[in-house]
Write a protein that binds this ligand. Structure first.
Ligand code: SF4
Length: 379
């Protein structure tokens, strides 16, 4: 079982907080479509004996493509890979691209899961973040999408300056009113070299308030659990049967092939990443040479990754797996490092599995870092 991730590196405009790889110049769209299909063909040998169970269009904004362009990419994947009978095919989409006609066309295509970048239902938040859509577009697209798709995820952002707790509560309730089965929710983070960072430095908008972000996160967890959602990964909540298969496979260490500029791939022992530059990516594909770099993960890297992703998920970190895959000294080290966090009630052991407690959840990345096996210092 494995997944294919296809990165569509175009957006209509730059959101103020975003540091992903994308271009707002759509001039090279046709060339890019050709290159993506070519990369799918060139790399088919990497998945010769592997069945593909998920195809995921991420970005950027994949919904800038027409339904037929998306279908063309899916057909290329079908012609060169062994794809299972009912794969999960997800399209990340922004509300301003989801007109009634586009949604109807997408519903008739092999895409069977939409991940809609709503972020907030308040106009002032959307403006502050420079999102391309309006509150009305978010609501209209969800109303129609929920009639055409049974598997919809919504993205929501908390910790936005001026998003008080009452507005956050409204955002959660509004999202739930569409009967959706999955929510991905992230704290607004201030990345270097973003417009958001500059606005905060210049005092144009206040800095994000970590305490408020944590309170909004805890409120989200409680509200969604009451509605029957399972908090299966730090930022992801799904009704039973509606977890993202693509992302779950990624968190469980399965292989995936990342197609397109800046896309990452993982083979179980090696990680590779494509160049994050559209023109150079296309040029590389034209010469038949994959514009990518690769690293082989050491045993320590793989242990660290497993601890990091394991602690973020409801599956936790299995001590048996650590012992079997990495050796008993890794397990001893893990338990020794975890001891003080268990005493502080941020971590707990459920039989053989190490998990974060409710109060440890928001801190899980920092807790994981404390359990990492660091390189030995050179003398
Ligand atoms: S639409 Fe998504 S990828 Fe594009 S700029 Fe906004 S957050 Fe970044």
């Amino acid at each position: 079982m494995a997944g294919i991730y296809i990165h569509i590196p175009f957006c209509k405009q730059a959101c103020h907080y975003c540091d992903f790889h994308f271009s707002t110049q759509l001039k090279k769209k046709d060339e890019m479509l050709w290159a993506l299909q070519e990369e799918l063909r060139l790399r088919a040998n990497e998945f010769q004996d592997t069945t593909v169970s998920t195809i995921y269009f991420g970005g950027g904004t994949p919904s800038v493509l027409s339904a037929s362009e998306i279908e063309q990419l899916i057909q290329t994947a079908y012609s060169h890979y062994k794809v299972e009978e009912s794969p999960e095919i997800t399209l990340e989409a922004n509300p301003d691209d989801l007109s009634s006609q586009k949604l109807t066309e997408l519903a008739a295509s092999p895409v069977n899961r939409l991940s809609i970048g709503v972020q907030s239902f308040f106009e002032e938040d959307l403006k502050l973040m420079n999102r391309a859509h309006s509150e009305k577009q978010a609501k209209d697209s969800l109303k129609q999408a929920s009639q055409l798709f049974s598997n919809i995820s919504i993205d929501l952002i908390y910790g936005i300056p001026f998003l008080d707790d009452a507005k956050w509560e409204t955002n959660i309730k509004t999202a739930l009113s569409y009967g959706i089965s999955h929510i991905s929710s992230y704290a607004l983070t201030v990345e270097p070299r973003t417009a958001l960072k500059k606005f905060i430095e210049k005092g144009i908008i206040p800095d994000v308030d970590d305490a408020q972000a944590e309170a909004q996160f805890q409120h989200l967890v409680t509200s969604l659990e009451q509605e029957g959602f399972l908090h299966y990964e730090l930022s992801n909540f799904g009704k039973p049967g509606f977890f993202s298969k693509n992302n779950s496979a990624y968190w469980q260490g399965k292989s995936y092939l990342g197609i397109g500029p800046s896309a990452h791939s993982f083979s179980g022992t090696q990680r590779s990443w494509n160049i994050a530059n559209n023109a150079k990516y296309i040029q590389g594909i034209k010469t038949g040479e994959l514009p990518q770099e690769m690293e082989t993960l050491s045993q320590r890297d793989r242990y660290n990754e497993y601890v990091m992703t394991g602690l973020r998920t409801m599956w936790g970190v299995s001590l048996t797996r650590v012992s079997e895959e990495f050796g008993s000294h890794f397990k001893d080290y893990l338990l020794q490092q975890a001891e003080r966090h268990i005493a502080a009630r941020f971590l707990f052991l459920d039989g053989d599995t190490l998990l974060v407690t409710k109060q440890g959840k928001f801190l899980s990345d920092g807790l994981a870092a404390d359990l990492f096996m660091l390189p030995l210092k050179k003398k």
